[in-house]
Write a protein that binds this ligand. Structure first.
Ligand code: 13P
Length: 340
């Protein structure tokens, strides 16, 4: 294991003022995103969309890394350069989603375990050759009646730790993503309880699997009420509860935490991050690794039209800049109106 390279790449992924773009939607997920703008998902439209994102002028000021999907890491920009090469030339680290998705956990109705460990060592070696310097694996924990069970949390933590150890062996920084979903009607208190149990299990497993904590990036959910909960927590409460929860469970050896947006609106995700970064400095960088919260308005502006590429790139740059400002707490909600 090359610890020095792992550690320096992990630090670069959560560099001050920057965060990660999650552009690793699987073929099924990107189709859902394109359906919403009335665009057919094809090899060409997916390439055109990712090209729009990766060539947007100025984003390297705010984007430290991009998570790619297997198809995308093999695709090229319009100028013929492979996407990983284009990103690296801009000072942006290329990353790769390596999990094979959350699948039903046999015997545990309504719960899932993320698959993709078989053959992972060989796949990581290939991805490293294609330019990947970090990877992502997403475990999914749903909250509902009687779930999550401790067993499902353990199964997911175990898989995350096996993945992380294999990544580090291949000199690839693992993004460790245990996502507690915000889909239900649960309170923020219930989310806190489940996030605590999940993080405790994940760090126990990482320790047991001898994962070097200095060479990972944690990608958690924020602690937030379910979307269908009548009692939504105020933004400051989300920020306070999330940081308190992380302080209890994330060792200070971890260089950074890059949140997922998980269904929050663009403005909500940016505000929550900014409020957290205004608090007393925690031991780790608090950053973003957003998918929807970085791309929604860009997709709505583009809608698959070549004539709208430049406008969509401006919208994307602006969203990246807002989140860059949130990295040191200098974003505020009024900025949304000012630039709209
Ligand atoms: P969202 O920010 O849209 O939740 O996506 C981030 C991600 O990569 C989920 O795995």
């Amino acid at each position: 294991m090359d610890r020095a390279e792992l550690e320096s790449n992990a630090v670069a992924m959560v560099a001050p003022g920057k965060g990660i773009l999650a552009a690793d939607e699987s073929t099924g997920t990107i189709k859902k995103r394109f359906d919403k703008i009335g665009l057919e998902s094809s090899l060409e439209s997916r390439q055109a969309y990712r090209d729009l994102l990766f060539t947007a002028a100025g984003i390297e000021q705010y984007i430290s890394g991009v998570i790619l999907f297997d198809e995308t890491i093999r695709q090229k920009s319009a100028d013929g350069r492979p996407f990983p090469e284009l990103l690296a030339a801009r000072g942006i680290l290329p990353g790769i989603k390596v999990d094979a998705g959350a699948k039903p956990l046999a015997g545990f109705g309504g719960e899932t375990v993320t698959e993709g460990l078989d053959g992972l060592r060989e796949r990581l070696a290939e991805y490293r050759g294609l330019g990947a310097r970090f990877a992502k694996w997403r475990a999914v924990i749903d909250i509902g009646a009687g779930i999550p069970t401790p067993f499902a949390i353990e199964a997911n933590a175990h898989a995350l730790a096996r993945y992380a150890a294999l990544c580090q062996e291949a000199a690839i920084v693992p993004i460790v993503e245990p996502e507690v979903l915000m889909d239900g009607d649960h309170t923020i208190g219930r989310c806190e309880e489940v996030t605590e149990a999940t993080l405790a299990a994940v760090f126990r497993a990482l320790f047991a699997h001898r994962v070097c904590l200095e060479g990972i990036v944690l990608k958690p959910n924020m602690v937030i009420a379910g979307k269908k909960c009548a009692a939504q927590a105020a933004p400051q409460q989300v920020a306070d509860t999330t940081v308190a929860c992380l302080r209890r469970h994330v060792p200070s050896a971890v260089p950074g935490i890059a949140f997922l947006s998980g269904g929050q609106s663009e403005a909500e995700a940016t505000l929550h991050l900014s409020l957290m970064n205004r608090m007393a400095p925690p031991p780790w960088q608090l950053s973003f690794s957003y998918g929807r919260a970085l791309q929604q308005s860009t997709l709505d502006t583009w809608r698959g039209k070549a004539a709208s590429v430049a406008a969509a790139q401006q919208v994307f740059l602006r969203r990246a800049r807002m989140n860059g400002l949130a990295r040191n707490g200098s974003y505020n909600a009024a900025m949304e109106q000012a630039a709209a």
